[in-house]
Design a protein around this ligand. Structure first.
Ligand code: PLP
Length: 486
């Protein structure tokens, strides 16, 4: 074995090999961008057949060139091209070019964010990025935060802080030491019926169960109905239950609708409840002068989820969990002699493991540090405004056409609609677009009916692509109707 080919170290041969591998890889990537389709169209069965031909663990290793050839022929053409203007399905964004370079830096240096001695400069950068973010979101002097693997982990962190805060301060029960209090089954968490399912998952993981989550109906704009929230809390109090927290959604997954955090804060204060804001999607509006008012009140939250791998267009994974009061992180603190000794922390060595449920953790903060500087506030505002304007355009186009039904005017960048035909037809439209047209759109349900969804996170999309999508859907409808008549 040639050890010069293993690691990047201070030696000419290893540097040359690193350069070779990275250059060949980036060239292969560039060459694979030879299509405007979002997906080549292979079915799961066809993909399996193609990939099964490769022996993943041969007896002896092959050269990188040989393996890259297989990546180029079998994997790259079958990727979902997230930067294609035909990819509009999920809250899943393309990645800004500079942020891809950030990933290369992150993986090459492979810092681990749990302890300072595994990530000296990276720890200091994460601290600075968090400081900048807490200021940006107006969380005040006592605030703090940490990077997480995504919105689900950030929401989990928010509800874990909520549970522990409630037990410690309102019930005077140390949940970290003693476990759940005896009346834990009475705890209730309120969230809109359109909130992300990670809220229920978290309730389960925290030992509270799905029944602890009270789904508040939404109003005609698909925002949490505040009067219903009040009624449900009062009903639960009358039953002897314990309203503990509200999770507001600032940008629902399907519709981008934004809950009224200001009113929710008042209700939380009245009942000594914790307020977590899931701004995984809508948090990006903070950088848009035009739209930032739509998330006003976010600064009143006890904690916030922000996903940079959504509207900020950074590669997966990149999310932050921000808190108004750094003491909320107490539940996470536990000292291990091998890792985060208390004496080191007293000397100024910050070990970020004290704020995270992860131990080994990526240096995702670098992506924000680099992209915020390359885009600046104005660059991001242009991207965000363009995506929202595209959603408005698509909504208006569909709203004007008799054959389509829309639900709500977009506040962010997603549009949910259906063709007035059957559920079956709408499902078929999505499948045919995916497998035959290289266009990937989403599917959801509303009032038990199948709807289609476009999440517009690609600022390169123009009216042309939006019209093209509608044209393709119309063609599919004509074809499918013809088939039915035969
Ligand atoms: C509103 C909202 N919150 C949380 C999440 C979960 O985020 P992640 O997929 O990064 O875990 C999503 C995902 O789409 C979301 O839409």
């Amino acid at each position: 074995m040639n050890f010069d080919d293993l690691l990047l170290v201070n030696n000419t041969k290893s540097k040359q090999y690193y350069k070779d591998v990275i250059e060949k890889t980036s060239l292969a990537i560039i060459n694979s961008f030879n299509t405007s389709l979002a997906y080549k169209g292979l079915s799961p069965q066809a993909l399996k057949k193609e990939l099964n031909q490769i022996d993943i663990l041969p007896e002896n290793g092959e050269s990188f060139d040989e393996v890259l050839k297989k990546v180029v022929s079998k994997i790259m053409p079958n990727f979902l091209y997230t930067s294609s203007k035909g990819y509009m399905a999920h809250l899943h964004s393309p990645a800004l070019i500079e942020s891809i370079a950030s990933e290369l830096i992150i993986s090459t240096f492979n810092q681990s964010m749990d302890s300072w001695d595994q990530s000296p400069v990276a720890t200091e950068i994460e601290l600075l990025v968090i400081q900048m973010l807490t200021k940006l979101y107006g969380l005040g002097d006592q605030s703090d935060g940490v990077f997480t693997s995504g919105g689900s982990q950030s929401n989990f962190s928010g509800l874990m802080c909520a549970r522990d805060w409630y037990c410690n301060t309102v019930l005077n029960h140390d949940v970290k030491k003693k476990g759940l209090p005896s009346n834990y089954h009475k705890f209730r968490i309120y969230t809109s019926q359109l909130s992300h399912f990670s809220v229920e998952k978290t309730a389960h993981i925290l030992g509270l169960g799905y029944d602890a989550v009270r789904k508040v109906p939404v109003d005609d704009k698909l925002k949490m109905d505040i009067s219903m929230l009040k009624i449900m809390i009062n009903e639960d109090l009358a039953k002897g239950l314990i309203p503990m927290a509200v999770v507001a959604t600032l940008g629902t997954t399907d519709y981008g609708s934004i809950d009224d955090v200001v009113s929710i804060r008042d209700i939380c204060d009245e009942h000594s409840m914790y307020l977590h804001s899931d701004a995984a999607y809508g948090g990006a509006l903070i950088l848009s002068e035009k739209y930032k008012d739509r998330i006003k009140g976010i600064e009143l939250s006890d904690s916030i989820t922000i996903d940079f791998h959504k509207m900020f267009l950074l590669p997966i994974s990149c999310s932050a969990f921000l808190v108004k009061d750094k003491d909320l992180f107490t539940p996470y603190q536990l000292h291990a002699d091998y890792l985060n000794r208390e004496e080191d922390e007293e000397e100024g060595y910050t070990n970020l493991v004290g704020k995270s449920i992860q131990t080994t953790r990526r240096f995702d903060a670098l992506k924000v540090w680099i992209s915020f500087q390359t885009q600046g506030k104005n660059g991001y505002a242009t991207i965000i405004d363009k995506c929202i304007s595209n959603a408005n355009t698509l909504y208006n186009m569909l709203d004007l056409a008799d054959v389509y039904e829309t639900i709500v005017e977009p506040e962010l960048s997603s549009v949910v609609f259906k063709h007035r035909g059957s559920d079956k037809l709408n499902k078929k439209i999505r499948k045919i677009l995916l497998h035959e047209n290289g266009l990937v759109i989403g599917q959801t349900s509303f009032n038990d009916k199948v709807y289609l969804k476009c999440t517009l996170l690609n600022p390169l999309v123009t009216n042309y692509e939006l019209l093209h999508l509608i044209k393709k859907i119309n063609e599919i409808v004509i074809e499918e109707t013809k088939k039915l008549k035969k």
